[in-house]
Write a protein that binds this ligand. Structure first.
Ligand code: CA
Ligand code: CA
Length: 146
């Protein structure tokens, strides 16, 4: 597995975007996915860097959640901004990472990401229900690094 395109096909990418769109229909929270090849850093540390680079900390309610994956490095992390992080326990993120890992082990990468997005969406909905004045603060497109 060396290329991002091998990791997530175009079609799978569309399914992930759809999962984000569906989740964001129920919550003001914002979900993004960033996929890149490598990182030297611990995944959560790199996720934090990416989070700031993508200005995910600029949402009104600080309720952005980033799914970060480094394909070649075989690392991934889920990072929630302080709005959502303060509402859930560490167990929640661990459980979602565990869910992803279950699918990653059988190379069902997009499936793992999709299912975790759905679960995170449900949790965001609990604390940040959709509001009619809601806007799409962060793009639903998958962000790809090199
Ligand atoms: Ca929104
Ligand atoms: Ca969005």
């Amino acid at each position: 597995m060396s290329k991002i395109e091998d990791f997530i096909t175009a079609e799978q990418g569309q399914a992930i975007i759809k999962a984000i769109e569906m989740a964001e229909k129920n919550t003001s929270g914002e979900i993004r996915v960033h996929i890149e090849k490598n990182t030297e850093l611990p995944p959560l540390e790199r996720a934090l860097e990416v989070f700031h680079l993508m200005e995910m900390d600029k949402t009104d309610l600080r309720n952005g959640v980033l799914f970060y994956v480094a394909v070649e490095s075989k690392k991934f992390a889920i990072l929630g901004d302080e709005g959502i992080h303060s509402k859930v326990t560490e167990n929640f993120w661990d459980a979602e990472k565990e869910l992803m890992l279950t699918y990653f082990k059988t190379a069902e990468f997009s499936k793992g990401i999709e299912l975790a997005i759905i679960e995170v969406g449900k949790k965001l909905k609990e604390f940040f229900p959709y509001h009619s004045s809601d806007t799409d603060e962060l793009s639903n497109e998958i962000s790809r690094g090199s």
